[in-house]
Design a protein around this ligand. Structure first.
Ligand code: ADP
Ligand code: RBF
Ligand code: MG
Length: 388
């Protein structure tokens, strides 16, 4: 890209997408779409998801009606989805790591704005009870306030204008292909946290570019402002990001994939999926550290765990697999296992060899052990949740 060869300007302003980037709401929207499409006997396919994520609701419904040949106006379809969704928005959670980055930029005096495809009248419904978050934005531009929605650059250009910023100095956070394209078209740099698994749907990453996709992150927990010339985050504990509030989960230890001890020499306990389903759903994949206790024992052990699909093995199910940093006399299948997750280490990754995976897991163990010795994390081993 022509622009990429220009010298990158310092980042002075940050512009956020809302749904799927700050709010964990993309899933709700998709659920509503699936429900409404099924009323017309239609099924939503992944390629359609790519066309509707991050775009204005009426544009999304127009796309769906056309692609699925639903004989209804976008307005009528939108009215149905509003009926389903308006009460549900308030239940949406923040994306993991979002508040930490927002607060960091605020404390550094970096102006931030919201550029959302949402219509203005729906912003209060989505942000109910989140007034302090809203107050972090110096400007907000909504989908119905610009001529063209994402992937057109209009919304980002209008936001930059309101901020009094040059697009060259703006960093956009986006989860959707349409939003990422819009940011690039506006002449900005974009950090993408993909909400779709189809990576081909996004523009390619160009590290160090002056306009384009600067980085692609597994989650906002991986964003390191210092890598982009911005003031560094200072809350790391031995390189791990504190998880606040501490994420507690417990369940019964069940048989896993049968390869932890055998293939890796690293036993990882698996919890029954029902007990941890809710905790898993709201947790981004990655490698975490924390404390663990088993059965009727009052002992608390350090642990390091992977949450996700194990890219090295391409699992089809999201699991949580803790390795307790303690030598047990025997297996503890059928026992209750309690986990208090208090730090995030890194995203899940793939490896060229089994040896590389094993070496990395041991390094994670060392990081966990050291971090859990620090006062802020050590004190959490006394959490009542960990008591039998
Ligand atoms: P699975 O395929 O069932 O996960 P693994 O080979 O990974 O089998 O071993 C995990 C099992 O080993 C756990 O369910 C637990 O009963 C036992 N175990 C023994 N020591 C540990 C440890 N330090 N951390 C985790 N699990 C352990
Ligand atoms: N699997 C991966 O495919 N990629 C990883 O980056 C990865 N990191 C792990 C880190 C820790 C601390 C642990 C305990 C496991 C990790 N695993 C990873 C999971 C490993 O593949 C899994 O435990 C075994 O396959 C046993 O099911
Ligand atoms: Mg295992």
């Amino acid at each position: 890209m022509e622009n990429s060869r220009e010298k990158a300007q310092p980042i002075s302003h940050v512009i956020w997408d809302l749904d799927g980037t700050i709010l964990d709401s993309e899933g709700m929207f998709l659920e509503a779409m699936v429900e409404i499409a099924s009323k017309y006997g239609k099924t939503l396919t992944p390629d359609i998801e790519g066309m509707i994520t991050g775009v204005r609701p009426l544009d999304a419904w127009a796309n769906i009606a056309k692609r699925l040949e639903i004989d209804e106006t976008p307005e009528a379809l939108y009215a149905q989805s509003e009926g389903l969704l308006s009460e549900r928005w308030k239940n949406s959670r923040l994306m993991p790591g979002a508040l930490r980055i927002l607060e960091h930029f605020k404390s550094c005096g970096i102006p931030q704005a919201l550029a959302t495809s949402t219509y203005r009248c729906n912003v209060p419904k989505k942000m109910i009870g989140r007034e302090s978050l809203m107050s972090m934005f110096q400007a907000t531009v909504c989908g119905d306030e610009v001529p063209n929605g994402k992937p057109s650059p209009d919304i980002f250009l209008s936001t930059a204008e309101k901020l009094g910023a040059d697009p060259k100095n703006c960093l956009v956070f986006e989860d959707a292909p349409a939003g990422a394209k819009a940011g690039v078209a506006a002449g900005m740099r974009v950090a993408v946290i993909p909400s779709l698994t189809d990576i081909e749907a996004y523009p390619p990453v160009e590290p160090g570019c002056s306009v384009g996709i600067l980085t692609r992150l597994a989650s906002l927990l991986d964003f390191k402002p210092s890598e982009f010339g911005m003031p560094p985050l200072t809350d790391f504990v031995c390189g791990s990001v504190p998880v606040t509030p501490t994420l507690c989960m417990k369940g019964t230890v069940v048989k896993g994939f049968g390869r932890g001890s055998k293939e890796l020499g690293i036993p990882t306990a698996n919890l029954d999926s029902k007990s941890i389903a809710a905790a898993l759903a709201k947790t981004v994949t990655g490698i975490y550290l924390g404390w663990a206790s088993v059965g009727s024992s009052t002992e608390v052990h350090k642990m390091v765990m992977s949450i996700g699909w194990n890219p090295f093995y391409k699992n089809e199910k999201k699991t949580a697999e803790p390795w307790l940093l303690h030598t047990f006399e025997e297996d503890f299948y059928g026992e209750e296992l309690r986990l208090a997750v208090c730090g995030y280490i890194r995203p899940e990754s793939n490896f060229n060899s089994l040896e590389d995976l094993i070496a990395r897991i041991h390094k994670d163990g060392d990081i966990a052990s050291e971090a859990l010795d620090q006062e802020s994390m050590n004190s959490l081993k006394d959490l009542p949740f960990l008591k039998p």
